[in-house]
Design a protein around this ligand. Structure first.
Ligand code: SF4
Length: 246
C-alpha cells in the first residue's frame, strides 16, 4: 500500500490551476523562504500519513464538481517533488478519472527518472520564480536559483504548460533591474501561459511564532498598488501575459 505524508487538503481550491481543484499540500520542503506562509510544512516527518487509495477515494467523491472547466487536482506543499514516485501513481489515477493534474512547485530539483515520469503525467506546472539574482535568491530562500531556472527551461523544452508566479516583496523583489532580468527570462520561455503576481503578505507569520521560529521579514510590508503595477508593467513590456491577483 503506497503512502506518504501530507500537511492538508483543500477540496475546492480556485487559485492553484484551472477550474475548481482538489489541492493536496505535501509535507517537507528543501527551501527556507523567509516569507514562507506554510512554515509548518517544512518538517518531512510532520503532517499525517495518507495512502494512495484514501486520496483517490477523496478525489472520486468530488469528481463531479472538479470535472468542468478543466478542473482537477493540484499537488502543492511544502514541495510536492519530494513525493515524485507517489505523485506519479496519484496523477495517473487522477487522469483515469478524467481530471487534470497540476504541480505547484519551487522547481528546486534535478531531473531524475522519477521526476521525468511525473512530468509526463503533469498537465500544468505552477512555478515560483522567487528572484532573478542568484546571490539574492540564496539570501531570500536559502538555495541557488540555478536548478530552478534549469527546471523552467526543461519545462519549456517538454512543452508543459506553465504559469510562473512572482512574489512582490518590497525591498526584496521589486528592484527594477532584477524584475527586468526575471521578465527577460520568462519571456524567453515559449510554454508560459501567464505570470501571476502575488503580493507579499504576513498571514503566515503566526505559524512561525507557533513553532518558536524567528520570522525575519519583520520590517517588510505588503506592496502598495503602485509597486505592484510597476512590477506588472515590466513583465508586460517584455510581452509576458500578467495576471493580477490583487
Ligand atoms: S518553497 Fe514554499 S513551502 Fe517551501 S519554504 Fe518556500 S514558501 Fe515555504
Amino acid at each position: 500500500m503506497e503512502a506518504t505524508r501530507i500537511h492538508a487538503i483543500e477540496s475546492f481550491g480556485t487559485l492553484d490551476g484551472p477550474g475548481i481543484r482538489f489541492v493536496v499540500f505535501f509535507q517537507g520542503c528543501p527551501l527556507r523562504c523567509k516569507f514562507c506562509h506554510n512554515r509548518d510544512t517544512w518538517d518531512p516527518a510532520g503532517g499525517r500519513e495518507v495512502t494512495l487509495d484514501e486520496l483517490i477515494a477523496d478525489v472520486r467523491r468530488y469528481r463531479g464538481f472538479l470535472a468542468p472547466a478543466g478542473g482537477g487536482v493540484t499537488a502543492t506543499g511544502g514541495e510536492p517533488l519530494l513525493h515524485a514516485r507517489f505523485l506519479s501513481r496519484f496523477f495517473a489515477e487522477v487522469h483515469a478519472l478524467g481530471l487534470t493534474t497540476a504541480l505547484d512547485t519551487s522547481g528546486f530539483t534535478r531531473i531524475t527518472p522519477e521526476i521525468s515520469e511525473l512530468l509526463d503525467k503533469t498537465d500544468i506546472v505552477l512555478l515560483d520564480l522567487k528572484h532573478a539574482d542568484d546571490a539574492l535568491h540564496t539570501e531570500l530562500v536559502g538555495v541557488s536559483n540555478k536548478p530552478i531556472l534549469a527546471f523552467a527551461r526543461i519545462l519549456a523544452e517538454r512543452r508543459i504548460a506553465t504559469w510562473i508566479r512572482y512574489i512582490v516583496i518590497p525591498g526584496h523583489t521589486t528592484e527594477t533591474e532584477h524584475v527586468v532580468r526575471a521578465a527577460e527570462f520568462v519571456a524567453s520561455l515559449s510554454n508560459v501561459e501567464k505570470l501571476e503576481l502575488l503580493p507579499y503578505h504576513e498571514m503566515g507569520r503566526h505559524k512561525w511564532e507557533a513553532l518558536g521560529a524567528e520570522y525575519r521579514l519583520n520590517d517588510t510590508r505588503p506592496p502598495s498598488r503602485g509597486e505592484l503595477d510597476a512590477v506588472a508593467n515590466v513583465f508586460s513590456q517584455h510581452g509576458v501575459p500578467v495576471s493580477l491577483n490583487y
